[in-house]
Design a protein around this ligand. Structure first.
Ligand code: GLU
Length: 451
């Protein structure tokens, strides 16, 4: 029998990293088991569903490269794949449960009411225990008879999540239910529904939650930052990096290796290697991961990815490719994610920048005027200001002023940096000068000398 796993999101809001973590694990297990990965849209909450949210689910899965074998867009043998279109199947379950006395209308199990205007409740056992066999956590026991029987169909006739999901899972031949641990309290209802219908239970896999640094469950609008998938995308996290990062929240690959790809997943992903402990979403770790993947790109490729971010903010369109590639080479080490290029490259675009206090100080020191004046004189001879030329000019200034005035390198280079970028730190000066070119370099020095 081919294992069949489903990812059944509810399109009630933009998909966030918690849902995506579930999707990644469900996809990974399906691939490791050589099974099917099925996308089902659970749109039973008509009041809260939006078409945009459904689109964002497709976008996010495609972006992370989680391919599905059956779903609303591609069909399959077990359709339809949109829950609201499966009402006839749900109706069959309802009739069987009522006919066989496993469910009753109204609030009193001893005196069932009529169907009209009454909710349908599942008759749960009054005594004993319901046992959840969870693949990650082992046995979890629930004492029966502690709660009122759960509603499975609203008084207006709409099936509720419990009934719809269990029916769909059975009818679609789902073998493994992979979902967040916040569904554990509902599991006894699902187990009893399976029993009442005489259906085999799937393998239950409840994944640990992801917490923020305060140890709280992630919220869509978390004070620590946006956890919506489209926010990660917009910030310029690479899909390979987010995929890899999410996989490590609860799975330990062989040899504790940290960089894993889809091939490793197919080879190594095992239920037995999943941990039940919650993990903390660690932005530093994600940034590190993203840098690992950015490093794999050539300057040319990375420049292509940075282009839209820069063109969006700086209106020097279009950016000449060769120049952009050189700029990329200069700033790339300082980037955690693509959008960081906007700040990291600001000096290359904005001619009128603010000076940091350190830069102000450097420009008011005794060395500033002589150094900048000498630099202007040296540049006068230059035709093309490339990095090697800039390097040799800077070297000459450094040696000259050391000899004549005994000045340290910072006394030379800080005023130049301050004049060219408004800061006293950043990429190597010769690279900055080559990116700016002769005219803009001279222009910025002239501006600084006027201060
Ligand atoms: N539609 C539910 C959700 O969005 C699915 C829960 C389940 O996997 O059973 O979380």
């Amino acid at each position: 029998m081919v294992p069949r796993l489903r990812f059944p999101p509810s399109p009630t809001g933009p998909i966030h990293v918690g849902n995506m973590h579930t999707a990644v694990f469900c996809w990974a297990l399906s691939r490791a088991l050589k099974g099917d990965f099925i996308l089902r849209i659970e749109d039973t909450d008509a009041a809260r569903n939006t078409p945009e949210a459904t689109q964002l689910i497709f976008d996010a899965l495609n972006w992370l490269g989680l391919d599905w074998d059956e779903g609303p867009d591609i069909g399959g043998d077990f359709g339809p794949y949109v829950q609201s279109e499966r009402r006839p199947f749900h109706q069959r379950t309802i009739e069987k449960l009522v006919d066989e006395g496993h469910a009753y209308y109204g609030d009193d199990p001893a005196n069932p009411a009529t169907p009209s205007g009454n909710p349908l409740r599942l008759r749960m056992p009054r005594a004993g225990e319901t046992t959840l066999h969870d693949a990650i956590r082992g046995e979890i026991r629930f004492e029966n008879g502690r709660n009122q029987d759960p509603i499975i169909v609203r008084s207006n006739g709409d099936p509720l999540y419990h009934l719809a999901t269990v029916t769909d899972d059975h009818d679609m031949g789902i073998t493994h239910v992979v979902r967040g641990e916040d569904w554990i309290p509902s599991a006894p209802i699902h187990i009893q529904l399976h029993k009442a219908m005489g259906w085999d239970e799937p393998v239950w896999v409840h994944l640990p939650l992801i917490l923020n640094r305060q140890g709280q469950k992630l919220k869509k609008r978390d004070p620590e930052g946006g956890y919506l998938i489209r926010d990660f995308q917009a910030a310029g996290y690479l899909p390979q990096a987010l995929f890899n990062y999410l996989l490590l929240l609860g799975w330990t690959p062989d040899n504790a290796q940290e960089i894993v790809d889809k091939w490793d997943v197919r080879q190594q992903f095992r239920l037995e290697r999943l941990s039940p402990s919650p993990s903390t979403f660690d932005w530093d770790k994600l940034n590190w991961m993203n840098r690992q993947y950015m490093q794999r790109f050539s300057h040319e490729k990375l420049a292509e990815l940075l282009r839209p971010y820069l063109e969006d903010v700086y209106d020097e369109l279009p950016l000449q490719n060769e120049w952009l590639v050189r700029l990329t080479a200069v700033i790339r080490e300082s980037l955690n994610k693509l959008e960081d290029a906007v700040d990291a490259a600001e000096w290359a675009f904005a001619d009128n920048f603010e000076l940091t206090p350190g830069a102000q100080e450097a420009l008011h020191g005794e060395s500033a005027r002589p150094v900048l004046t000498r630099l202007v004189a040296e540049l006068a001879h230059v035709v093309l200001l490339d990095e090697a030329t800039a390097q040799s000019i800077l070297q000459g200034l450094r040696n000259g002023f050391k000899e004549s005035d005994g000045w340290q390198p910072t006394a030379i280079f800080h005023p130049i940096r301050a004049a060219l970028t408004g800061q006293t730190g950043g990429p190597p000066l010769a690279e900055i000068m080559a990116i700016l070119g002769k005219n803009r370099t001279l222009q910025r020095i002239a501006n600084a000398l006027r201060l």
